[in-house]
Design a protein around this ligand. Sequence first.
Ligand SMILES: Nc1nc2c(ncn2[C@@H]2O[C@H](COP(=O)(O)OP(=O)(O)O)[C@@H](O)[C@H]2O)c(=O)[nH]1
Ligand SMILES: [Mg+2]
Length: 198
Amino acid sequence: MTIVEAVYTASYPKVSMCPPNMIPEYAFIGRSNVGKSSLINMLCDRKDLARTSKKPGKTQMLNYFIIDKAWNIVDLPGYGYAKRSKSKRDEWRKMIEGYLQKRQQLMCAFILLDSNIPPQKIDMEFLNWLGQARVPFAIVYTKTDKLSKDKLESNLNLIRSEILKTWETLPQEFITSSNKRTGKKEILSFIGDLNANF
Ligand SMILES: Nc1nc2c(ncn2[C@@H]2O[C@H](COP(=O)(O)OP(=O)(O)O)[C@@H](O)[C@H]2O)c(=O)[nH]1
Ligand SMILES: [Mg+2]
């Protein structure tokens, strides 16, 4: 599958306000600065569809992009943003958990993990919450161009073994680099298959 047209629709503060049309939807989420905007831009072949923000975590909205008039990408606000106040974090949690639990059209939530850093507690907790809530998800390892092949593989194995402490099997994973434009074909073909089964 390729994307021809990607258009920003609007941003919504809560799931009850999101577009009611029943078309397949894919959410992208991760810690701030993980490379989410860059990944969405790569998938859509656009330079600044999802603004690669210099101020991570600034926006707390569910950001919708309609793809080829047929399916939605939702750019979710990142977590782990240190400067966020407790009340902002609670608001974030309510919005994100509400969205992930209630959105029927959600086919898969792509969880972005930085391939360069050791497993992070906040990511593992989020994966465990997704499991409990039975949200379908896949992992996207980002920025894989920054490490040598060996270093990359050993770090991915560290993360995988951390995941396997609570999961019986590893989730679907994608190895990506927005700089080198790798992983695009795999993610789009995965989405294409799910769209066909919607
Ligand atoms: N080397 C490398 N850097 C990346 C990649 N993707 C994003 N970055 C950099 O990581 C930083 C955060 O990226 P951004 O897409 O804005 O992350 P977001 O906060 O998750 O939306 C920026 O400086 C990007 O240039 C990648 O694939 N490789
Ligand atoms: Mg961003």
